[in-house]
Ligand binder design. Sequence first.
Ligand code: NAD
Length: 284
Amino acid sequence: MTSSLLLGLIGDGISASRTPRMHENEGAAHSIPTIYRTIDISSPHLAEATLTELLTAAIRLGFDGLNITHPFKQKVIGLLDEVDPVAARINSVNTVVIDSAGRTTGYNTDVTGFAAGFRAGLHGAATEAVVQIGAGGAGRAVGFALAELGIGDLIIADTDVQRAEGLATDIVETSSVGTRARAIGLDELEGAAASAQGIVNATPVGMKAYPGTPVDTSVFGSETWVADVVYFPLETQLLAEARAKGCRTLDGSGMAVNQAIDAFELFSGQKADPQRMRETFLSF
Ligand code: NAD
């Protein structure tokens, strides 16, 4: 069994991340002393550092694992010894396990995390037709997770239409359950949302810096379910308006907590306690 864990998160502007505390608390609960550092390229002393240097340093210093976030989730793939098939398929890695010989294996727990959060929070939700808004970093993970959840028609909108088209094509080419994914323009969004059973926001709209909703909620019926990946704040305007209409909703904590649960299990070989991880996440 792992006797201690040295972990880190590499990314840009990550000082407020809740992930370190989730791993350190969970490690302590398993009697595994755990140190989890943020390795933030926005800090002045790392301004010149490359991803290769940071990864090499972590391996040499004996780190057991890393989480990887914006802007490195795709870039890190070419630097790893091995990549899990799911992460390879979506071309994005957010978790790197480093073994005692310094060998690195990449995984994507954003996909498994969103799927687990969805199963727990929107159990039994209708999945024939879903509209997803946003096809960036989080959106790619969400799109592949929705395909794995068995969504029939996945309609993807993004202000960057090419990004939405690229994600739709990648999902169609790799979906094992035959999800029919397609991109639409923003001018078609309200019409598609009005006839969809579920809506997922994977844009930053709803954060303090990006107020508002990514779609006009007046087109939702009370049977529409609505999920948001934004978790700061947890109660976005989109979810508040949807709830006021009687819709089932899922906030961004499900994905955030479950990606950490899956990563902890990869790092430690131990089952994380979902309730404890969630309580830690919400305790900030
Ligand atoms: P990103 O910049 O990589 O992607 C955002 C995408 O949304 C872009 O493709 C952009 O063109 C599109 N977009 C922006 N505004 C839009 C609009 N009004 N309509 C349609 N498309 C629009 O960002 P990201 O890393 O994917 O993060 C998106 C959000 O997800 C952030 O709020 C982030 O905090 C959150 N996030 C949550 C989790 C979680 O675990 N819950 C994980 C990762 C990211």
